[in-house]
Write a protein that binds this ligand. Sequence first.
Ligand code: ATP
Length: 235
Amino acid sequence: MTEMIKVSGLAKHFGPIRAVDGISFAVARGEVLGFLGPNGAGKSTTMKMITGFLEPTGGSAEVCGFDVGRQPIEVKRRIGYLPEGAPAYGDMTPLGFLGFCADVRGLKGADRKAKIEAAIDRTTLGGVLYQPIDTLSKGFKRRVGLAQALLHDPEVLVLDEPTDGLDPNQKHEVRTLIGSMAKDKAIIISTHILEEVDALCSRAVVIAGGQIVADGTPAELEARSRLHNAVTVRL
Ligand code: ATP
């Protein structure tokens, strides 16, 4: 197995709050890993450490064999990140925003143009390129975020609650899009919903209170959850 994301003993404490408390897992190429947990479990904090936006208190994260803390430039080249919520810069158009992101990534000339066009095609943003992001539906806003994450054709995608707040049709569209990208990448998506893991993921880890409490295939996790419910009801 080629490990594209490797997290070892990763921890983040905010004063007395143990947001992430020593977790370890790996994601291979071709795998979509679900990162499942309730509100406040530590999902976003973990994702921010994998992408280099937050420095861990302990442990380490590697992306494509590069250490996130020590080799941030190598990591940023290989990783695409969809943060939680709508993209910033809502007064920009999708085209302006993607152009800005391309500049931040140092893309130039024909390569810049080709990569922007490919991201627009992939996320079917062609019809809304010139409308301010703030005026778009939640589904289109999420696609703008995904286009930004895909722009430099990264090998690893970290997607924080990619379908949160979307209606059922929009959820389906975004899941289909993520599924279509899975073949040659390693993807981690955070979610509250077991059904989402079922629809998209080959495997999931469950985090609660900053610690991993279960992992397995969606079917294994569902069986465990049914067993847990049955035992709890009997008690
Ligand atoms: P959600 O599904 O609601 O986004 P989450 O699983 O992503 O939740 P995190 O946002 O990672 O959870 O938060 C984990 C814990 O760390 C929570 O108790 C949160 O309040 C706390 N926390 C997160 N960021 C900070 C911060 N900057 N300072 C202090 N505490 C924080």
